[in-house]
Design a protein around this ligand. Sequence first.
Ligand SMILES: [Mn+2]
Length: 342
Amino acid sequence: MVVGDIHGCLEGFTRVMQLASFIDRKGEWRIAPGEHLVICGDMIDEGASSREVVFLIRRLTEEFSGRVTVLLGNHELLLLRTLATGDDRLNWETARSWGRAGGGERLGEYLDRHQVPSLGTSHLQTCFQQSLLEKRRDDYPEEYVSACAAIPTAVARQAAALLGDILEKDGTLPWLKRLPVAAKIGTWGFFHGGPPCGWTAGVAALNRTFAALLEQQRWDHPLLDPYAGRESPVAARHWWQDGEEAVDRLFEAYGMKQVAFGHSPGALNGLFGRLAQRWGKIFKADTYFSLGIEGYLEIVGDEVRAVYAEAGRRTFNRLYKDQPELPPAERLWPVRKGDDQA
Ligand SMILES: [Mn+2]
C-alpha cells in the first residue's frame, strides 16, 4: 500500500486507511505481518492538521515497526531548512496546527496577534477545486496569498523560532531528520520525487549521503535542493522524460524494476487525482489529498491497483467532466486487452 502526499489532511488519510482495512470498524489500527504501508512524504503543509498527521504516522512507525516506511518529502525538507536557516518560508497552516496544540500556546497567541491567516482543510480543498474549474490551475485564493505576503519577515522568523522549539521538544524535528529519502522493498523503489539522475551508488548510500548533508546543513547541495529539477530525490520531476531505456539504466543503478512516487499529482496523465503508470515501471501514488481526492496504490504480487475513496471520486468526476468516471478501484498493471488505458 502506497500513499502519496497527505499534506495535513488527517480526515482523508483516515478515510483511505479505513478503505485499505488498516483501520477496522472499531477504529483500531491493524497492519498484519506481510503487509506494508509506504508513505511517500509531504505529510505536512496545505491542510490544517499537519501536526495530527505527523503524530499519527510517528505512532504507526513505532506500533508496526518494519511494516511502515515513511519518506521525507520536499515540504518536510523546506520546514527543516526554514528552521535551520531562519529564511521566511514558514508554512502558516503547519505553524497553526502546532500553535493550536498543547504546548503551542505561545505560538498560537503569537500567530493570532499578528493575524496570520488560515484556510482550513475543507475550505482549501474547495478553493483548489474552484480554481481548477475556473482557471484549470490549482491556485490559492488571492486574498490568502496577499495576506501571507503581508506578514513581515521578522514575524515569520520569530514564529519559526517558536515552532522550532516546540518541534525539538516534541521529538518531531529529530524524527524528520532521520527519515530516509528513498526505500527499496523487493524490486520496488519508493521516492517522494524520484531517483536522482546521475546517482549510481544505490538507495542505502543515497540515504546515508543525504543524512550526512542534512547534518552538515549543506543547503547549497543539489540533493538538498527542495526545488531541484532532477538532481534531488525529494524534488525530482519528469525524471522519466528521456524514455524507457534511460529509465532502465537508471533503475539498474538502484537494482529496481518499478518505482512509486508522490510529489506530482498531475504526473504521467495530466489529471489530478487519477493514478497512472508508464511502461509498468513508473507509478504515480499521489491522488492529491489537498484537492479533496483521496486514494492509494495497492501492490499485490505483480498486480498494481489504484483505489479511491468515494468522496474523492465524486470530486474528480465534477472536475473532469470530459473524462471517464473514476471507478472505486482500477487495475493499473498489468494492462490487459479491453482495459481502459487511461
Ligand atoms: Mn506535495
